[in-house]
Design a protein around this ligand. Structure first.
Ligand SMILES: Cc1ncc(COP(=O)(O)O)c(C=O)c1O
Length: 468
């Protein structure tokens, strides 16, 4: 889509003033805790595929994609058709957790999406519509099933914004103002090659992480009781797009299995095709005890699930209730989405386009020293922006620069690309485009991104100060 087209109706003064009215209304009435609108001051009126158009007619490429929710992009015809079919059929839209034909089909589709060895031996808990509610449920399930109270999580983890999910998340900024989060949570070193907690990276960093975890679990004086569960993301999303190495996850799985500790994979963001496999843990060839799914599993509509091994099903009726656990439209949209992802060659397309995106970003890195690291898996790609004049870390890497990353984000936005930040210092540009993105669209994204990075690099080179 050309820039001219994007801005074709921007001259319409009525639309512009209406657009400002919408934004003013948001600023006037919505809570101080609102987040995305501060970076992306737009009112979205229309959306299709990877594009969104605001109320004044300007079109943007959406690489935020509902924070990874929109596997098939906006308003995919198959999702719309599935939703319309339910709406026309006279089926209830809301069923609590009662059965409906749409739910039965969705359950079959979910089971069919699981790796061999799991589908015959699982139970499914339908949760409230957010990923956080499913993580809450999973923690309660693990505690109930094991009779233990300790939870182990990882540096850089993100599992949600409720009390228990914040407690198992790493980012201290939203945690610190809230007293009395769930107690008895301990954090383990995640194998982050570029910002290795041991300052070494690579296979040595992975080995040290596994040795340390083993020590925590086995040392009678580690101070940490046997845990109810170990929760992690196979690719940390909000933590800064950090894929864990397959071999490391495989070893972690063996450690927990040998000690009968439930391994809980939070697939809310990395699951449902995002990394080129249906679930991100599949790359490591493991079978977790508990899988947490949300975002794309509802086809863009609110839905979350916990899928877990039957032997853990020891909680009592009503142990995790909630009103909105029977979103029939989300089940229909989710079924359509899962079927689409399972089409021949589609997950390979995700892998290919992910490599394509990584390749473009790595090429750009050669010319821009404000790009410190490019990493990711499938269509979950992160570019860490650094300050080359800042003090280097234990591994000799320049410090993450939230200031420069914010400038790149703004420069992208000005050119019509919506992309979110995350990770330490909010310095990682996080690409989460719809999985249906084409090679040509990836090129379009990368052209805008390159222009934005170059603009910020030129400005940076002119200044002589540190941009932390
Ligand atoms: C890995 C992970 N877990 C849990 C959540 C929480 O999901 P929700 O925002 O729907 O509560 C998120 C949200 O981004 C996530 O990325």
């Amino acid at each position: 889509m050309s820039t001219d087209n994007r801005q074709s109706s921007a001259s319409n003064l009525v639309e512009i003033s209406q657009h400002h009215h919408y934004l003013n209304q948001q600023e006037r009435w919505e809570s101080n805790a609102r987040s995305y609108p501060r970076k992306f001051p737009i009112c979205i009126a229309k959306a299709q595929g990877i594009y969104v158009t605001d109320a004044q007619g300007k079109t943007f490429i959406d690489c935020l994609g509902g924070a990874g929710t929109l596997a098939l992009g906006h308003n995919h015809p198959l999702v719309i058709e599935a939703v319309e079919q339910v709406l026309r059929s006279g089926q209830p839209l809301h069923t609590l957790d009662l059965m409906s034909p749409t739910k039965a089909t969705f359950i079959d589709e979910v089971l069919d999406s699981l790796p061999a060895g799991l589908a015959d031996n699982v139970k499914i808990q339908f949760c409230g519509p957010s990923g956080a509610d499913a993580v809450e449920a999973a923690i309660k399930l693990a505690k109930t099933a094991t009779g233990r109270g300790t939870m182990l999580s990882f540096h850089g983890a993100y599992h949600g914004m409720t009390h228990a999910t914040l407690a198992v998340s790493g980012n201290k900024e939203p945690k610190d103002p809230v007293r009395n989060l769930m107690a008895d949570v301990h954090f383990l070193p995640y194998p982050h090659a570029y910002r290795c907690p041991f300052g070494v990276g690579g296979e040595q960093g992975e080995r040290l992480s596994i040795n340390y975890i083993k020590h925590v679990l086995d040392d009678s004086h580690s101070g940490i009781s046997a845990p109810a569960g170990v929760i992690l993301e196979a690719v940390q999303g909000e933590g800064g797009v950090i894929p864990c190495p397959d071999n490391w996850l495989n070893q972690l799985s063996a450690l927990t299995r040998q000690r009968q500790i439930p391994l809980m994979l939070d697939e809310v963001q990395a699951g449902i095709g995002r990394t080129g496999k249906m679930f991100a843990f599949e790359h490591a060839d493991i079978l977790p005890d508990i899988i947490i799914a949300s975002k794309a599993i509802g086809g863009g509509l609110p839905m979350s699930l916990v899928i877990y091994k039957q032997e853990l099903d020891r909680w009592t009726p009503g142990a995790h209730t909630g009103t909105f656990r029977g979103n029939v439209l989300a089940m229909a949209a989710g079924t359509a989405t899962l079927r689409y992802l399972k089409q021949d060659g589609f997950l390979e397309h995700v892998t290919r386009q992910g490599q394509n995106l990584l390749g473009h970003c790595r090429q750009l890195q050669q010319h821009c020293d404000i790009i410190g690291d490019v990493r990711g898996r499938g269509l979950m790609v992160g570019v860490e922006i650094v300050d080359p004049r800042g003090e280097t870390d234990m591994q000799g890497h320049s410090p993450a620069s939230g200031v420069l990353a914010r400038q790149v984000q703004q420069a992208c936005f000005d050119r019509g690309l919506i992309i979110e930040l995350g990770g330490r210092a909010d310095a990682t540009m996080r690409f989460l485009p719809p999985l249906i993105i084409s090679e040509q669209e990836i090129a379009e994204v990368c052209d805008i991104f390159a222009a934005a990075v170059m603009e910020v690099t030129v400005q940076y080179d002119r200044q002589a100060v540190v941009c932390g």
